[in-house]
Structures are given as C-alpha cells and as structure tokens.
Design a protein around this ligand. Structure first.
Ligand code: UD1
Length: 362
C-alpha cells in the first residue's frame, strides 16, 4: 500500500511525526508532500529535525495568500504530484487550507482520501478551519476520528458508515516527548528574556484570525495578559507579529514577554515548567490537558470539549467582560480532579496504518 500524506502547517507536522514513525518498519510506502503553507524555519523546518520526520518527497512552495489563493495554489500544484505518485490513499490532516486542497485534489482524480482528525466541530462558521473541516469530511472516503465526540458529529451528519475511531495521534507524540523531557533528554526551553524558569510563569499563544485580525479584540487580549501578576511567555506566531505591527500595537508590555514560536520538545518542556497556559490554539489546549496544566482558552467555543471537564480548560471569549475574575481565572491552580483518557492510549498512529491497510485490502 502506498500512502501520500499532505501537510503544510505547523500542527500538521506534529501529527505527521507519529504517522511517519508508524509507517517506518512496515512494508507500506509513505510519501510526504509539504505544501509550503508554513515556510518560516520556526514553523516548519524545526519540526522535521526535532521530531525526526523524514524530508518531504515533494515541496509545493505555495506560501501565504488569501484563503482562495492559498487553497487554489495547493490544489493546482497537487495534480502533477498525484499523477506521478498514484498513491492508494491520500492522507490529509486537521483543518487548514492545505487539508481541504489536498482532499479536493485527490477526490477529483478518484484517489481515495482519508481524513485524520475527522469530525471536530466548533459550530462557528466564521472560522476558516470550520469550513475546511466540514468540506474535507464530506469529501473524504475514510474518516479517522480522534474522539467519541467526533464520531457523534460525523454520525449526526450522516457519515457514520465511513468513520473509524482511532484515537488522537497527538497523544502519541506528546507523551513520548514528555517522557524524553522528564528524562532530561532535551535541553531546557529558551524562555523569553525576563522570565525565570524557577518562578511561576504562564505560556501563551495567540494566532487565530478571529482574534488577531480585529484590532479591538487583539488589543483587549494583550492588555489582559499584560495585567496578570505572573510573567507571561508569549510565543508569537508570525500572523500575530504581523497584525500587531500593522495595528501599531506593542506586544511586550506589562507581564508579557515575547519570543519566537518554540520547537515541539521545547514547547512541551515550557508547558511542563509552567503554572498554566493561555491560548487560542487547539493543539496547545490539549497538550496542556495531557501535561496536567490548567488552560485558559481565548475563544467562545472549543473543538476539544473533553478538556473542559473539572475546569482543566476554561473558555474566555473576552477577558474584559470578566473584570477582576480574569486574573483569578488565568492564574488558577491545576484542578485536583484526575484527568480521564478521552484522547486514547498513545497508539493512534499504529491504528491509522492498520485501518488504512484494512480498507485498502477490503
Ligand atoms: C494556519 C491554519 C490554522 C492553524 C495554524 C497553525 C488555515 C486557514 N489556518 O493558520 O488552522 O491552526 O496554521 O499555525 O489554514 N506566516 C508567516 N510565515 C509562515 C506562515 C505564515 O509569516 O511560515 C504569516 C503570513 O503573514 C500569513 C499569515 O502568517 O499571511 C497566516 O498564515 P496562514 O498559513 O494563512 O494561516 P495561520 O494563521 O498560520
């Protein structure tokens, strides 16, 4: 069986790592296509080297652009690659423009498509990621769901017949790297200057279009973080830096200390060393949960509803609405309640390979 993975953005590289590892040592062939949606060293290259992912077999070099331009560029660049490789499966990941374009390109050439992390829903149609999820799920032939909740969403949309519950591959990679960090196999993370790793600090990220592209919202989030009584390590995505600059907003103010995005193992180490997380990232909410740190999510909804149990994660669409409660919430200690294992046992990637092989043979 020949499987062609299409990736392009940072969270997809994290998910690709355990999949590539699960394929190595099998008789199956695994081809990697990088769309080039993310091209910064900090968002792309360090994930290949840091997570031991083989170099991509093809690089489409699409770069940035409006949604239509970016999605269209991947779509048209995929045709010759699929023509050349003729895989048995195209495997697409998550919810980015690269995901949707990879799926549509394969469907048009009658190549079976599997969607990893299928069935997630925010029910917020303003998010580009939500369009990408819904359209990709309905185009794909095989839906690899990470959670029971995702299976319920797919069932409600009439897609149960194409769905397989495999668990979440991010557990595979997160727990493996956590063990390496705890065993001292990774250097200490480079925290922003001014943050003492021996003292309590928070890890923060902010990059979603709905939060960065509205000047009033963005200024509100930065002011709220600046007012916290503990230092905040803001690991700034290029979108955040670009939008703040365009809006004349200074990110480093008050408690906020700014640094570049971290490689994966450093991020895991930074979260393990922290008192908690403030973010609008999907992946980081779940990593905080897996690593046992309280998370405050700067959104009105989450796809990872399991993290909300017992207050491990709290949704805050607008910190200003909370008044004094904001500081208390963002700096709350970890709940005492034990966490469940809603995301699986850390063997999801092996299950993905088995399921693809079974459906290919069948
Ligand atoms: C994308 C995904 C989002 C994912 C996120 C993770 C879509 C619609 N969004 O958002 O689901 O959570 O990646 O990081 O696919 N830029 C750079 N260098 C880069 C990449 C981006 O400077 O390497 C800047 C560019 O100014 C670009 C902007 O960031 O215009 C946005 O990049 P884009 O790939 O469109 O979306 P992300 O915000 O990264």
């Amino acid at each position: 069986m020949k499987v062609l993975s299409v990736v392009g953005a940072r969270p997809q590289l994290v998910k690709l790592a355990p999949i590539a590892q699960a394929f190595s040592g099998t008789e199956h062939e695994h081809v990697i296509v990088h769309t080039g949606q993310h091209y910064d060293v900090n968002l792309s290259d360090v994930f290949f080297t840091g997570l031991g992912i083989p170099d991509p077999d093809a690089h489409l070099g699409v770069g940035s652009g409006s949604h239509g331009v970016q999605t269209g560029a991947v779509l048209s660049a995929m045709d010759p690659v699929l023509e050349l490789e003729r895989p048995d499966w195209v495997l697409v990941y998550g919810d980015t423009n690269s995901t949707l374009a990879g799926a549509v390109a394969a469907v048009k050439m009658h190549i079976p498509v599997a969607h990893l992390e299928a069935g997630l829903r925010s029910f917020n149609r303003r998010m580009p990621e939500e369009h990408n999820r819904v359209l990709t799920d309905h185009a794909a032939d095989l839906l690899l769901a990470p959670t029971e909740e995702a299976v319920r969403h797919l069932t409600a949309e009439g897609l149960a017949g194409r769905t397989e519950l495999v668990g979440d591959v991010m557990v595979d990679v997160c727990l493996r790297v956590r063990d390496d960090v705890l065993a001292g196999r990774h250097p200490a993370p480079a925290l922003p200057e001014g943050i003492d790793p021996a003292e309590p600090y928070l890890v923060a990220t902010l990059h979603r279009a709905e939060n960065t592209d509205d000047p009033r919202r963005l200024a509100g989030f930065i002011n709220a973080m600046a007012a916290l009584p503990v230092p905040v390590a803001l690991l700034a995505h290029p979108r955040l830096v670009a939008r703040a600059e365009a809006q004349g907003l200074k990110l480093a103010q008050g408690a906020v200390h700014v640094a570049h995005p971290l490689p994966y193992a450093s991020m895991v180490a930074a979260v393990l060393g922290s008192a908690g997380v403030v973010t609008d990232s999907g992946g980081l909410q779940k990593e905080a949960y897996l690593l046992g740190r309280p998370c405050t999510t700067l959104r009105g909804e989450t796809e990872w509803v399991e993290t909300l149990a017992d207050g491990w994660n709290h949704l805050v669409p607008d910190p200003a609405e909370l008044g004094d409660e904001w500081v208390k919430l963002a700096t709350r200690p970890a709940p005492e309640a034990a966490r469940g294992t809603p995301y699986g046992d850390g063997r999801a990637a092996h299950r993905v390979v088995e399921v693809l092989a079974r459906h290919h043979a069948g």
